[in-house]
Design a protein. Structure first.
Length: 298
């Protein structure tokens, strides 16, 4: 990631954000779906215990989300129309690009398979809820249903969602994956972590940091401190999950805010600068927060 950030400042990648977008598109539409299919389609379906972990994670996530939306946002002066963007920023972590690389090194394919279950619902749920709340605050009910409907339709084209359904159906069929197909899939799957990290660094090299203010630091406190603590406590003492589940869920919660939050802020026309600052500073800070978290977890 640091290499991508440094090279993004040079003339080697003159397109800057354009080059980063191309790499990110490859990772999101090719590498991660290949990794997802490799791990999900060739294994048994998620069991009840694994699904309970996913539910617990999202309960924690939405506790933080609505705390940000209903309590913190009004306290720091964010208008109603911008609270959905702020809450999205406090909860949307860069699991796909940063989290996968860490989990792959620490827990191998089984760890990635489990954390991909969390990724499957990450963008879908947060985008739908945030769009709904934002549009409620500024438009008519008829317009709300139109926008939420179009957002939901767009999310059905999300490569992770499509791959999830294909992988689950393939796994349920019991057909297995031919060896030559597996070898073909493994090539892009292996590139998900390194190319994803490089793309993040390249993207951050062109992120404007102007507009750093209370909104950015409030979002960082909730994303990098509150959410990981809440997830860890819930998994360890409330549902008493096994050590691997505790580690994976907490690592997922520790991820800094992802670039999708900046795109969402642009679409909603609120807080682009503060969101960009949150992403850049949060990614840099996560080197320390993740190091601290991993020293306790692993």
């Amino acid at each position: 990631m640091f290499l991508g950030y440094l090279l993004g400042k040079t003339k080697l990648f003159p397109e800057g954000a354009g080059a980063a977008k191309s790499l990110s598109t490859f990772v999101w539409y090719v590498a991660i779906p290949a990794l997802f299919f490799k791990l999900m389609a060739s294994n048994s379906l998620p069991n009840i215990t694994e699904l309970s972990w996913v539910v617990t994670y999202y309960i924690c996530l939405y506790i933080v989300y609505f705390s940000a939306y209903l309590i913190i946002a009004p306290l720091i002066g964010i208008p109603t129309t911008g609270r959905g963007v702020f809450a999205f920023t406090t909860c949307f972590g860069n699991i796909g690009f940063i989290g996968i690389s860490i989990v792959q090194q620490l827990f191998g394919d089984e760890g990635i398979r489990q954390i991909l279950l969390i990724i499957s619902f990450h963008m879908v749920s947060l985008m739908l809820v945030s769009v709904l709340l934002t549009e409620i605050s500024k438009t008519s009910r008829k317009r709300i249903f139109t926008i939420v409907g179009s957002t939901g339709l767009a999310l059905t084209k999300n490569p992770i969602i499509v791959t999830l359904f294909i992988s689950v159906a393939w796994s349920a069929s019991g057909l297995g994956i031919p060896q030559w197909v597996m070898r073909l899939i493994e090539l892009p799957a292996a590139s998900a972590a390194p190319v994803g990290l490089f793309a993040v660094g390249l993207s951050l090299s062109r992120v404007p940091v102007k507009g750093i203010r209370l909104q950015a630091f409030s979002a960082l406190a909730m994303k990098l401190i509150l959410l990981p603590i809440l997830v860890y406590v819930s998994f360890r003492w409330i549902i008493q999950a096994d050590s691997m589940a505790i580690n994976l869920a907490t690592i997922a919660a520790c991820m800094p805010t992802g670039m999708a939050a900046y795109t969402f802020a642009q679409q909603m026309d609120y807080g682009e600068k503060a969101t960009a600052a949150t992403i850049l500073i949060g990614t840099l800070l996560s080197m320390f927060t993740l190091t601290i978290a991993l020293s306790f977890l692993v």
